[in-house]
Design a protein around this ligand. Structure first.
Ligand SMILES: Nc1ncnc2c1ncn2[C@@H]1O[C@H](COP(=O)(O)OP(=O)(O)O)[C@@H](O)[C@H]1O
Ligand SMILES: O=c1ccn([C@@H]2O[C@H](COP(=O)(O)OP(=O)(O)O)[C@@H](O)[C@H]2O)c(=O)[nH]1
Length: 249
């Protein structure tokens, strides 16, 4: 790991959350290989400057328990399908990363011998220290949770400096910017402001977990080329959610 590079970056270790929907690109289901390759490139830039990268990939491009339930399926079965969807996305992401010569491990919350390793926190930390990208798949392993919560949980467990939530929008807004184009973007928010204002960018369980453990979360637009690298170099991209004061009023 290049020591002089490490001094440039604001973070030593990050937990990056990619939504499953981001992997669809312009499609409305599945995985777009062009998007995978672009993300691998961006993640490779982080690894190149010495940042340790943990990754959680969502499953919403394939299955979501809540949508399957709305179509009549048992919720827990739907959530199991959603968690398995995150495994498929993670396999595709590892493939893209390894084609870019980035050593990558996948650890699953649900044992899946022969396909991926079972999650082991100490092993994950060792692998991160060695510069491998570690993808945490199958969410938390439990129904009724989301991969946002899984990302925050794993981020806290492996002692990441920040959870970086990649989305389709530029940060956290006063209302969903997809529905309300006039919504105001926040640069900084406290956890309690996100909860009090019910800002829907991340589920509330995830925000509560981060609040209780002081884990900062930065929400940013993954479609902006170079945004991820700017963030680890300390630039003010997107919205930072953390303890303390804000500009939200
Ligand atoms: N207050 C808000 N600020 C920003 N985005 C919001 C807000 N409320 C809802 N959203 C929506 O949340 C989405 C981000 O969540 P994400 O996990 O990336 O998507 P999804 O849940 O569809 O997979 C954005 O695309 C945006 O439309
Ligand atoms: O700990 C978890 C994480 C995910 N899921 C299921 O997996 C689906 C896909 O995850 P998510 O919706 O978070 O994906 P994203 O929105 O990031 O694409 C969810 O809808 C849930 O059905 C779950 O049951 N438990």
């Amino acid at each position: 790991m290049p020591q002089e590079s490490l001094t440039q970056s604001k973070y030593r270790r990050v937990l990056l959350k990619l939504s499953g929907e981001a992997l669809m690109g312009d499609g409305n289901f599945g995985i777009d290989p062009k998007v995978l390759n672009r993300m691998a490139l961006e993640i490779g830039q982080l690894v190149g400057i010495g940042v340790q990268v943990g990754l959680v990939v969502g499953g919403g491009n394939l299955f979501r328990g809540a949508s399957l339930q709305a179509a009549g399926m048992d919720r827990v079965t739907g959530d199991h399908m959603g968690m398995l969807a995150t495994v498929m996305n993670s396999l595709a992401m590892r493939d893209a990363l390894e084609r870019s010569n980035i050593t990558t491990r996948i650890m699953s919350a649900i044992p899946m011998s022969g396909i991926v390793e079972h999650y082991d926190r100490r092993r994950a930390i060792r692998d991160l220290r060695e510069g491998d990208v570690v993808i945490f798949c199958a969410g938390t392993g439990n129904p009724f949770f989301t991969t946002d919560s899984a990302a925050c949980l794993r981020g806290i467990e492996v002692d990441a400096d920040c959870v970086l939530k990649a989305t389709k929008v530029d940060g956290v807004f006063s209302a969903d910017p997809m529905q309300y184009p006039d919504a105001k973007k926040y640069d900084r928010l406290t956890y309690d402001e996100v909860l009090d204002k019910k800002l829907g960018v991340m589920d509330l369980t995830a925000i509560c977990l981060c609040r209780d453990h002081g884990m900062p979360v930065r929400v940013f637009n993954m479609n902006k080329a170079g945004a991820l690298t700017k963030i680890v170099l300390g630039e003010d991209e997107g919205t930072l959610i953390e303890r303390g004061t804000s500009n939200a009023k």
